[in-house]
Design a binder for this molecule. Structure first.
Ligand code: 5GP
Ligand code: ZN
Length: 138
């Protein structure tokens, strides 16, 4: 299903042109219009899913599997030193386009990109309980 007012539905399905190194019947790779670094790519499913809470696991699996191949191609082409794969879900998590997408962000030594957080302190007892409770929901 496509969503009428969704820009990534339009891009993924070719209604809006984009710089795309790869597509198949299920997803399309585009280069980010406002890249964190040169080679910053996004993988978009052609079907509309808002986020990780909605996407079919099989589709997500194939997207992540392809990302391993794409990461190597981007690394070879850009000469990057490393890469972040990230995927934002919900406004609070930094998602600005509500159509599932996986970011591949090439990283270069000394670049200005930040993806860090202040490390917290785990409550060991709570972690055990939490792990049990999450396990029951799987
Ligand atoms: P989010 O913050 O939702 O995880 O990431 C959205 C990403 O999509 C951003 O990195 C933004 O630069 C990119 N983006 C937004 N609109 C367009 C567009 O029209 N074309 C392309 N190629 N990238 C876009
Ligand atoms: Zn969409």
């Amino acid at each position: 299903m496509k969503k009428d007012d969704c820009i990534f539905c339009k891009i993924a399905n070719g209604e809006i042109p984009s710089a795309s190194p790869y597509e198949n019947e299920e997803f399309k790779v585009i280069l980010d219009v406002a890249p964190a670094n040169r080679g910053h790519a996004l993988i978009l499913p052609k079907e509309h899913f808002d986020n990780v809470f909605e996407i079919e696991p099989e589709t997500a699996g194939r997207i992540f599997a392809f990302a391993t191949k794409l990461a190597k191609a981007i690394k070879e082409e850009t000469g990057c030193d490393g890469m972040n794969l990230l995927q934002n879900n919900g406004e609070v998590a930094g998602q600005t386009v509500n159509h599932f997408h996986l970011h591949l962000v090439p990283r270069f030594k000394g670049d200005a990109v930040t993806m860090t957080w202040k490390q917290g302190e785990a409550d060991a007892e709570d972690n055990v309980k939490l792990a049990e409770n999450i396990a029951k929901r799987l």
